[in-house]
Design a binder for this molecule. Structure first.
Ligand code: PLP
Length: 428
């Protein structure tokens, strides 16, 4: 495959955009090489500026669960655009998508739409703080909740008490209110709660972690968090930006049968347009302005194009009774195939999967948290990534990302992919 035009376009982009990209992971920093510039996409395939076709396992990092340029979404957006693209006034469409989302997701009465997953998580935490009148939150190492200050906190030796800033620009004042815990480690959470009595507003968690590869919650972890939250007046925030409308109609809450207090959405809910949302029972949501004291706003929130895309996407998922079963079966088929060829080629690996989220780790031990995810062999991953690219398969340019399976993938595509992995494995 040739990347001549992509290389040229990247060089031009670097002159006027920091690092040539508008979101860092797109830059191929951890795998090396030049990012691929996309020209267009349809169904399961990307077509780049050099005319290469790639089978896509990222799907815009999750949103395109039914494939690229999905007809009902394209049609909804095109039709809406003709009627005006933004008003800053209420529209009937916002109520329609809100009602639909509330009907699909368990345990929520009201929902507010924003423009990204970052905004959703940031606003959910502010709401939790306002509601509980407490300042601190607990987050888990390796979980990503967008790039707002409170979430860019890494583990240090002092993590049991105070977080330390992870990115320059995050103040120590902000960092001290974010306590860091180990994913899947309930005892760790208990000790943080004991050390900070009546100070913790919320625990925010990815119910199935997807930003350190796919890391499922171990049995009892989320149940334990639910119980700890209820016992200590803490709100449980499920960040379902990745899992929402992907693992089930009602997301991880439905699949795992656990009720969160506040739920955050993004990715699939926008059908490929910039949308996020957060939702909760009425008592909590009524704390938001203009009803309540917690301020939150957005010039383009509830934008008609974004709502039209989101509504078309949610309707398609809601009306297709077999969709989540189909995604499960396709991903299980892929998983079994990858097991078969990696084993046959004596590769050291672990595969994690929940529903249509799957990740391949180049380490033999189970991946259950950030530490174990970070153990994966990055050099092997780089070769794997570039090898697959040569075969016409696009996975995330980072060893710590989940692959997102789309319904547009055919079994032929999956077989092609498994064969390609077999070929590449022989070169690792
Ligand atoms: C992608 C993601 C976010 C951030 O969403 P953006 O739309 O990129 O701001 C937050 N939480 C989780 C779990 C995500 O996967």
């Amino acid at each position: 495959m040739l990347y001549q035009r992509s290389s040229q376009l990247f060089a031009e982009a670097e002159k006027v955009i920091p690092g040539g990209v508008n979101s860092p992971v797109r830059a191929f920093k951890s795998v090396g090489g030049t990012p691929i510039f996309v020209k267009q996409a349809k169904g399961a395939y990307l077509y780049d500026e050099d005319g290469n076709r790639l089978i896509d396992y990222i799907n815009s990092w999750g949103p395109m669960i039914l494939g690229h340029a999905y007809e009902p979404v394209v049609e909804a957006v095109t039709e809406k655009a003709k009627l005006g693209t933004s008003f800053g006034m209420p529209t009937e469409l916002e109520t329609q998508i809100a009602a639909l989302a509330v009907s699909m997701v368990p345990n929520i009465d009201k929902i507010r739409f924003v423009n990204s997953g970052t905004e959703a998580c940031m606003s959910a935490v502010r709401l939790a703080r306002g509601f509980t009148k407490r300042d601190k939150i607990i987050k888990f190492a390796g979980c990503y909740h967008g790039h707002s200050d409170s979430f860019l906190i890494q583990a240090g030796s002092g993590a049991m008490t105070f977080g330390t800033p992870n990115s320059p620009g995050v103040t120590a004042g902000t960092a001290k209110d974010t306590l860091l815990a180990k994913y899947n480690d309930l005892e760790n959470v208990k000790s943080l709660i004991q050390a900070n009595p009546n100070e913790i507003a919320a625990i925010i968690v990815e119910p199935v972690a997807g930003n350190m590869g796919c890391v499922p919650p171990i049995k009892g972890f989320l149940e334990g968090l639910r119980q700890l939250c209820s016992e200590n007046g803490i709100l449980l925030i499920f960040d379902e930006v990745m899992t929402g409308f992907r693992l089930a109609k009602g997301g991880a809450q439905e699949l795992l049968k656990i009720d969160a207090d506040i739920v955050c959405f993004g990715k699939v809910i926008g059908g490929g347009l910039p949308v996020g949302a957060f939702a909760a029972r009425e008592e909590i949501m009524n704390y938001l302005a203009p009803l309540g004291p917690v301020y939150q706003a957005g010039t383009l929130s509830g934008n008609p194009l974004a709502m039209a895309a989101g509504k078309a996407m949610l309707e398609s998922l809601n009306n297709d009774v077999a969709i989540f079963q189909r995604l499960e079966e396709k991903t299980a088929y892929l998983e079994a195939g990858i097991h078969r060829v990696l084993k046959a080629n004596n590769i050291v690996y672990t595969i994690n999967r929940v529903g249509s989220m799957i990740s391949v780790h180049f380490d033999a031990s189970p991946v259950v948290d950030f530490q174990t995810a970070a153990k994966g062999d990055n050099d092997t991953f780089k070769k794997f990534f570039h090898g697959l690219l040569k075969e016409g398969i696009y996975i995330a340019p980072s060893a710590y990302e989940t692959w997102f399976i789309t319904d547009a993938l055919s079994y032929e595509d999956l077989d092609f992919t498994i064969n390609a992995i077999d070929t590449v494995s022989k070169t690792l």
